[in-house]
Structure formats: C-alpha cells, structure tokens
Design a protein around this ligand. Structure first.
Ligand SMILES: CC(C)(COP(=O)(O)OP(=O)(O)OC[C@H]1O[C@@H](n2cnc3c(N)ncnc32)[C@H](O)[C@@H]1OP(=O)(O)O)[C@@H](O)C(=O)NCCC(=O)NCCS
Length: 188
C-alpha cells in the first residue's frame, strides 16, 4: 500500500557521503551548470538545451509536486551540490515508479556518491513509500551507471534498440528494474 504522505512530505535522507534534500530554488545555479556539461548530456541523452529560466521554474515548482519526488544530492561533509535524482511516473495502483539520477559533473563520478544516493532513495521508496517496483532507462554504453544499478539490485528486463540518436550514431537503451525483495535480499 502506497503512503502518499511519504511522497508529498519531501524528505531529507542522510548517508555517510551524501545527503538528499528537497530540490528548491537555491539549487538553480548548480542545476543549470549541470545542463551545460557535455559528457553528462551524452550519458543522459539530453538533446534539449535548457534556458536558465526553465531550470529555475523547475526547481521552484518541485516542492508542490505530489506525484513525484525530486531531491538534490549534497556531498557530505562540505555541503556541495553534486547532482539530483527523481522518483517519477508514479503508478500507485501497481506500486511502481520510475527512477533517474544524474551527478552534475563527471568530476563527481566514480567516488561512490551515486551508489549511496541510489541506495538511500530505494530504501525510502520501498520501506516508506511502499513501492514494489522501481524501473529506469539507461543507455547500453553507460557501463558505470549499469554497474551501480546492478549493485543496488536492478536487473535488465529489456532492450530498446536504437532508441537514441546521438551525433549521427544510434544507441540502444536498457530497461532495468528492482523489486522490493531484490533490494532487501542479503548480499551474496
Ligand atoms: C551513473 C552515476 C549516478 C553513478 O554514480 P557514481 O557515483 O559515478 O558511481 P559509483 O562511484 O557509486 O560506482 C561506480 C561503479 O561503476 C563501476 N564502473 C565504472 N566504470 C565502469 C565501466 N566502464 N564498466 C563497468 N563498471 C564501471 C565502478 O567500478 C563502480 O563500481 P564498484 O563500486 O563496484 O567498483 C553517475 O556516474 C552519473 O550521474 N553519471 C552522469 C549521468 C548519468 O550517467 N546518469 C545515469 C543515466 S541512466
């Protein structure tokens, strides 16, 4: 059973290396800067060039969304914004939602921040919101992301062939999902 208050409540979730906090207007500059990072754009398949105002509007309106959860990833200690993540496409009848994460620059990757952030939000998704299934799309070339999702219990469910056209080349994307009991399975 989904607890919609856990979704609307916009939590702060603390781990050892990262803290997840509600995405708000003060994150606009950092969010906008991340949309200009060409490698992050490639890894997320982002074709659209966002204006500063579009990003500001996005950050300002996140707190009032009651059908999705958008959190900023803050490095600990230090308090630097290092990315953002979302649970979206909520389907309460089927206790399912989609997940996306993007660290805001390549210099923040490969340090364990994304894995910790993903574990924190999945714990909240399954144990507090009451979801059964969390799914995502990832490009088949994004081996670092796939490694993180596998480590958090996701498995590949399907392949969307040539779904991305990037600089003249086509790439497949994978559908991955984690079920509540996969996430809570003791590590082998
Ligand atoms: C995807 C992302 C969230 C992962 O977070 P991260 O903090 O960089 O990842 P971590 O440091 O926690 O873990 C990376 C893991 O990938 C592994 N890895 C890195 N490059 C790899 C490669 N080429 N092949 C296989 N595994 C790889 C690392 O060894 C590590 O696993 P380990 O801890 O078992 O050694 C982050 O890199 C990111 O936001 N990238 C830019 C945007 C993006 O790709 N978003 C995802 C879109 S689906």
């Amino acid at each position: 059973m989904i607890d919609l208050n856990a979704l609307r409540g916009k939590p702060t979730l603390s781990g050892d290396r990262v803290r997840l906090v509600p995405l708000v207007e003060e994150h606009t500059d950092a969010c906008y800067a991340s949309t200009l990072d060409e490698e992050v754009r490639r890894l997320t398949g982002t074709h659209h060039r966002f204006s500063y105002e579009e990003i500001r509007e996005w950050c300002v309106t996140r707190a009032e969304q009651d059908d999705r959860l958008d959190l900023a990833i803050i490095e600990q200690p230090g308090g630097r914004f290092v990315g953002e993540l979302s649970l979206h496409e909520f389907d309460p009848a089927n206790e399912s939602a989609a997940y996306r994460i993007a660290l805001s620059a390549i210099e923040f990757t490969g340090q364990g921040l994304g894995k910790e952030a993903t574990r924190l939000i999945l714990e909240y998704a399954f144990d507090r919101i009451g979801l059964h299934r969390v799914w995502l799309h990832v490009y088949a070339f994004n081996m670092r992301a796939i490694a993180v999702y596998r480590a958090c219990g996701f498995t590949v469910e399907g392949r969307m062939r040539e779904s991305l056209l990037w600089e003249g080349r086509r790439h497949d994307s994978l559908v991955m999902a984690v079920l509540e009991h996969d996430f809570h399975k003791p590590a082998e």
